[in-house]
Design a protein around this ligand. Structure first.
Ligand code: PLP
Length: 353
């Protein structure tokens, strides 16, 4: 199965396996990072998943958060300034941040990492499968970050996100198969019936459900990792996100926070100050869900800082350090048709003073 994922990223060779989650997969990547660059820090963007700071803590590695730009992507100049200090051994680039769906500029990150001798790990847990529609077309996504994955040292992708799997299915791929040496172990009860590499020899986790692998195999038989296969299941979400963004641009009651790079749409009730945006977002969030079951709308919130509002040119008074905005993922192919009515209802709720 990992061979198919590696092929999707056009990795010439790999060592990889399925994991029980994106967290476990990233833990393995950071474990290998620590073994290869002992005593050196791991840098990730301020908008990276919290798992990176947490796993750095678990592994006893220094974690450094790098500021993001006006699109929520790692700021390469800030990264370079941090690299100059000489402590960074590994950079984590996120392809599809959990909050905003931003794509860190991987080609530029690889270039600067090369200059300073740092390794690059890609956390594509959320966005990895968008590689299938990374064709720069109107319903596709940007090709450059995904084309660069093959040059990174490792990549995490979660089939239990856009790979249509139930929970329990992440994956880690390393571009250098020799990192398997860090997983070497011996025990009196370990025995092998063949000379092939066994899962226990290349993963941190021991027992795991085989059902996750079987389910992924079946899904990929039906929807192969091609633009016409699983890619066709991703395009409607991407188009739906762009269509919703256009509705938000034309709206008086709601405003877009930023242009979606994948299928995550971020928006806010039109208000004058961050505290008012926060209160209105909280109220829309609660009211949208408080309806009879067939009319409920479940949205999410994202805590944006005053600097993030300002970077996007939103003329909102920064009376408090941060405030909640609203966030929706157009993940199901059939969601597209419902967007106009969802948007209209959220506009009504946002207009309530
Ligand atoms: C970018 C990213 N990395 C890592 C994770 C953690 O993955 P999991 O919840 O499978 O442990 C997530 C989960 O949302 C994610 O979006």
């Amino acid at each position: 199965m990992t061979a198919r994922l590696a092929e999707m990223f056009r990795m010439p060779q790999h060592l990889g396996h399925l994991t029980s989650s994106g967290t476990m997969a990233n833990l393995e990547a950071l474990f290998v990072a620590r073994e290869l660059s002992p005593g050196r820090a791991v840098a990730f963007s301020a908008d990276a998943h919290y798992t990176h700071a947490r796993m750095c803590h678990v592994l006893g590695i220094e974690g450094l958060a790098i500021t993001t730009d006006d699109r929520g992507r790692m700021d390469v100049q800030a990264l370079e300034a941090a690299l100059r200090a000489g402590r960074i051994g590994t950079i984590v680039a996120t392809l599809g941040t959990t909050g905003l769906g931003a794509l860190d500029p991987l080609p530029e990150i690889l270039a600067v990492a090369g200059e300073y001798g740092a390794r690059v790990h890609v956390d594509a847990a959320y966005g990895g499968f968008f590689a299938l529609i990374a064709d720069d077309s109107p319903e596709g996504v940007a090709s450059a970050p995904f084309a660069a994955v093959a040059q990174a040292d490792s990549v995490v992708i979660d089939p239990h996100k856009h790979g249509l799997q139930p929970y329990g299915c992440g994956a880690i791929l390393f571009s250098d198969p020799s990192v398997g040496r860090f997983f070497a172990h011996d025990s009196p009860y370990t025995y092998f019936t063949s000379d092939d590499l066994h899962l226990g020899e290349i993963s941190l986790e021991c027992s795991r459900a085989g059902a996750a692998a079987a389910a992924l195999w079946l899904t990929l038989e039906v929807l192969p990792l091609t633009a016409e296969g699983l890619g066709e299941a991703l395009r409607p979400g991407r188009s739906g996100a762009l269509a919703w963004h256009e509705l938000l641009r034309a709206s008086d009651a709601l405003a877009p926070f930023q242009t979606p790079e994948l299928d995550i749409v971020t928006y806010l009730p039109t208000r004058d100050s961050i505290s008012q945006v926060d209160a209105a977002s909280g109220s829309v969030f609660v009211r949208a869900a408080a309806a009879p079951p067939s009319e409920q709308i479940h949205i999410a919130t994202y805590a944006a800082t005053a600097a993030q509002f300002a970077a996007r040119g939103l003329a909102i008074t920064p009376d408090v350090p941060s405030g909640r905005i609203l966030r929706s993922v157009v993940m199901k192919p059939e969601s597209g048709a419902a967007i106009p009515s969802i948007h209209a209802r959220l506009e009504e709720l946002a207009a309530i003073p």
